[in-house]
Each structure stands twice: as C-alpha cells, then as structure tokens.
Design a protein around this ligand. Structure first.
Ligand SMILES: O=C(O)CCC(=O)C(=O)O
Length: 287
C-alpha cells in the first residue's frame, strides 16, 4: 500500500471499545475528552480566527453575528489532519464501516448574544437536508458528525449544544420547542473535546448569553454512495497533498461505479483495516 500519513500509526490505539459502541448506539452521541491536545486547539483556533476575519468581511457580518462557514476543509492544511485524526477517526470507521467519506465540514463561531433574552436561533433538527423529509421512517443512520470544540463551554449559557439523548431511535423531533424539556442535555465540554453524534438525534444550538465567543468545527462522515455537500470533486490541489485514505475521505475514487460497488483502489481504508486488524471484510455483495 502507498505510504500513509503519520496519523495511521496511531489508529489502532483508538479503535472503539464495546462500551463506546454501546453508548453511541443507545444514546446517539459519544464524548471524547482531550481528543485534541492544547497545542492543536491553539493552532486550530489561530486558523479559525483568520477564517473568521475573512468570512465576516465576505459575508458582511458584524462581530457579534453568528458566523457559519461551509466547506471548511479546504481552507487550511491543518484541517486535512483532522480528517483522520487518531483519537476520533477509528471511532468513525468502527461505527460506519470503511466505505466512508467526509460529506460536510463546517465552522460555527457564535459570539455572545447582544441581548440576554433572545430566542434560540437554531431549532431542533436532524441532520441531512431534504432526505430527512423525504425518507420513510424509521430512517437509517447514514452519517454522523464529529464536533471539535475549540472553546470551553463550561455552562449552558456558553451556547452549549442541546441534544436529546436517545432521540435518534425514536426518530422524531420534539413536538413543541420545549416538550421533552426534561430530556434535554446541555453539552458542556472543555476545549479539545470531540463529540460524535448520530445525525438522527434531535439537536440544536443553545443560547450564548456569556461574554465569550463559542467556536466549533463540525466534520460529517457519510457513506461514499451518498454524494458530498461540501464537494463531489475535491479540487486537485487539495487531493495532491493527501495520501490514499485521505483522498478516499475527500471523495476521490476510480470512477462513479466505485462509489456503489467499490474496488480495492476505491477504498484504501478497507485495505488498511484488513492489513492491520487481520479482518476479512468482503468488498461488496452483488449489484
Ligand atoms: O452549533 C450547534 O451547537 C449545533 C450545530 C448543528 O446543529 C449542526 O451541526 O447540525
């Protein structure tokens, strides 16, 4: 197999335990504390601050407005490191399998709300766009996101993400904004924490009434037969910087057919897992 990036040396140390798999399956989310060391948080924050300045100009946003930036992965090479980050990536392939790609990467910078009693801007939702409306119930999992927290969320007032644990199984949003309120969990996390969540789990952004800006990166992974929201064809100059597994995650492959019926060359992640875990891993089961 072609030379891999340094991160792959560490992947086997961080594969999912049965307890982590059970937690993700039962609750719909999984917290990985200290997924990013302080130095990485610092480097990412520097990059995010630069992007924030550029984007506020581009989107004509004032410094106290919410900033949402999609297609973040191409904005700096440091995000290519996050693509297969050792403390989180093996969890993704242990949950979804190896036929995966990055389908979305977005950044949210949420400054403190100027007024204390603003209503929540982001409503309860499941991720996935139109398919969420158009698929029959119960929906399949299809994708998950990793949120990388770059600022401390010590209390709900810091704009903690709100989730309803277990709601991915019920596969229905709360009927009114505050029904289910007893089941709502405010995700309080330290900077450097990663939280993986099932796209079907009801979630929303909480209100930031503190005096600090909340910074989070979201990396969403889906099956390769679902096409990307960020890109279908990643720019060649980004692909050139990447080893085969990163290229797979960025949507590269031999041809369209291989998204559905992969050959070995389409899915180097499968080859890596096979070689390093000694698993059989059949490649596909018919047309
Ligand atoms: O910003 C948040 O806390 C929630 C983000 C969110 O809803 C999403 O990524 O789908």
């Amino acid at each position: 197999m072609t030379a891999m990036n340094g991160a792959s040396q560490e992947w086997l140390r961080y594969c999912a335990t049965q307890e982590q798999l059970d937690t993700f399956n039962d609750d719909g989310y999984l917290v990985v504390e200290d997924a990013l060391p302080p130095q990485m948080v610092e480097q990412l924050t520097e990059v995010v601050d630069r992007i924030e300045t550029e984007e506020r100009k581009r989107q004509n946003l004032s410094s106290n407005q919410l900033l949402v930036k999609f297609r973040t992965v191409i904005e700096d090479d440091i995000f290519l490191e996050l693509l297969d980050w050792p403390q989180t990536f093996p969890l993704v392939w242990d949950i979804l399998g190896w036929n995966i790609q990055l389908y979305i990467s977005h950044l949210i910078v949420y400054p403190a709300e100027p007024e204390k009693d603003k209503v929540l801007a982001g409503g309860w939702h499941q991720d996935g766009g139109r398919p969420v409306q158009e698929m029959e119930r119960p929906q399949p999992r299809l994708s998950l996101k990793i949120s990388y927290w770059l600022s401390n969320v010590d209390s709900p007032d810091n704009g903690a993400m709100q989730i309803i644990p277990g709601s991915h199984k019920r596969d229905a949003l709360p009927l009114s904004s505050d029904s289910d309120s007893e089941k709502i969990l405010d995700l309080c996390v330290k900077a450097g924490t990663a939280v993986l969540f099932d796209r079907r789990m009801s979630h929303r952004r909480g209100l930031n009434t503190s005096n600090t800006s909340r910074k989070v990166l979201f990396f969403g992974y889906s099956y390769r037969w679902l096409r990307g929201l960020d890109f279908n064809l990643m720019p060649e100059e980004i692909l050139k910087k990447c080893d085969p597994i990163r290229r797979q995650l960025l949507g590269d492959g031999v041809d369209i057919k291989g998204w559905w019926q992969p050959t070995e060359a389409d899915v180097p992640l499968r080859t890596w897992i096979k070689e390093h875990r000694g698993e059989e891993l059949p490649i596909w089961g018919g047309s």
